[in-house]
Design a protein around this ligand. Sequence first.
Ligand SMILES: CC(C)(COP(=O)(O)OP(=O)(O)OC[C@H]1O[C@@H](n2cnc3c(N)ncnc32)[C@H](O)[C@@H]1OP(=O)(O)O)[C@@H](O)C(=O)NCCC(=O)NCCS
Length: 158
Amino acid sequence: MARIRAREWGGVEYWTARISGYLQGQINPQHALPPRTCYIATEHGSVVGFVAGHLTVRHGCHGELEWINVIRERRRDGVASQLLRLLARWFFQQGAFRVCVDVNPANPEALAFYMRNGAERLNENWLVWNDIRIVMGKQRERARRTRDGRTLEASSQQ
Ligand SMILES: CC(C)(COP(=O)(O)OP(=O)(O)OC[C@H]1O[C@@H](n2cnc3c(N)ncnc32)[C@H](O)[C@@H]1OP(=O)(O)O)[C@@H](O)C(=O)NCCC(=O)NCCS
């Protein structure tokens, strides 16, 4: 996960500490509550993408998507959409329906991805799903193992 994140910015060491601290509850985004989870997508044993999120009271929301990343070589193949559906299901199971995400306005790929998946603009830097079930409804979760051997695995911390 750290290696994937470090491809965008920052170093592997920085992201290893940040992501493990976050998952262990030692590093907390503003207004975060303890429950949090992450899902990874693997292909032939390598991580090709991941998503992480937590419960929150930020912006009057119940959940926040913290990170979603897919390696460049595997983009536009629905990996992030599948990961988002898994996270949406987790939020739903937690009773967290209103979910926000911080988006850099200069990141058109992320904006397009979130809007395509039903998010709406909250303000310049934030998007919101007023009801995360819209993500679950867009497509029933695909089989956990896809035709090309990609597997979605879950690990969670609460
Ligand atoms: C944003 C990101 C996670 C999308 O991952 P992905 O696996 O390529 O997304 P999907 O294949 O599931 O895309 C679903 C839909 O989102 C939209 N979308 C995704 N990437 C897009 C792009 N670069 N340009 C325009 N639309 C895009 C499209 O509508 C796409 O459907 P389509 O391919 O049928 O047209 C990926 O580009 C990424 O890792 N970016 C770097 C990290 C980042 O910016 N994360 C978000 C902020 S933390």
